[in-house]
Design a protein around this ligand. Structure first.
Ligand code: PEP
Length: 246
């Protein structure tokens, strides 16, 4: 039985004041014991604030990125050890915005994945195809290669303590969502690629998830939750998505 997981990716949004308001209004709704696990990934500088605000709750925190290196002369980088030190449980790796705007390759993503696990963070490995790749019928090949790069470096068993996020690039922040059937097809493929351990690995969907489409997506056999960008900035919407995962 895989526990549903909903992760908020705030991207580069927030301030001390708005983070506090957003988290407090979410916590006022998300009370008690839940079947679904929830985590929030604020901008790195606000991780200690989020850790403090969420300390008495069952909501976890994660980073939006992590360095492949452990320490040293890497100006601007943040190591997995530092993220663990401020209380993170999760780290996104290979988000399409990192792959696109920061030229992160499959191999770099794999190194970040390994660095996260070295410091007991759960990597949320983001994979997904562009629109051109989907239209060229390359979706499964692209996703398979992104996954293979990590499996080759980390070993397949490492995937047991990771989460995979299938995020079609064309659906991120665009309002376009993969249909439940499109998403299910890729999730089932990812699970199959993971072989005997696949059944236990959580695979979440990301790409314009909102209250109106969450339930249908989560009803698919291989969709175990969501990575939520835009809608996670609105507490009521994020709460509704979390509820749909219960
Ligand atoms: C994301 O950034 O991972 C994401 C899924 O964004 P959005 O929900 O806004 O499409």
């Amino acid at each position: 039985m895989r526990r549903p997981l909903v992760v908020a990716n705030w991207k580069m949004n927030g301030s001390f004041a708005s983070n506090s308001e957003r988290l407090q209004s979410f916590l006022a709704l998300w009370k008690g014991v839940h079947q679904a696990e929830v985590a929030v990934c604020p901008p790195t500088v606000y991780l200690p604030q989020a850790a403090e605000l969420l300390a008495q709750s069952n909501v976890g925190i994660g980073a939006q990125d992590v360095s492949a290196a452990d320490e040293g002369a890497y100006t601007g980088e943040i190591s997995a050890a530092m993220l663990a030190d401020v209380g993170c449980q999760f780290a996104l790796v290979g988000h399409s915005e990192r792959r696109e705007y920061h030229a992160e390759t499959d191999v770099m993503v794999a190194k970040k994945f390994v660095a996260a696990q070295r410091h007991k963070l759960t990597p949320v490995l983001c994979v997904g195809e562009t629109l051109a790749q989907r239209e060229a019928d390359e979706t499964l090949v692209v996703v398979g290669e992104q996954l293979k790069a990590v499996v080759d470096l980390a070993g397949r068993s490492a995937m047991s303590s990771a989460v995979v996020a299938y995020e079609p690039v064309w659906a991120i922040g665009t309002g376009l969502t993969a249909t439940p059937e499109q998403a299910q097809e890729v999730h089932a493929y990812i699970r199959e690629q993971l072989g005997s351990i696949g059944a236990g690995v959580r695979i979440v969907y990301g790409g314009s998830v909102k209250p109106s489409n969450a339930e249908e997506l989560f009803s698919q056999d291989d969709i175990d939750g969501a990575l939520v960008g835009g809608a996670s900035l609105v507490s009521n919407d994020f709460y509704s998505i979390c509820q749909a995962a219960e």
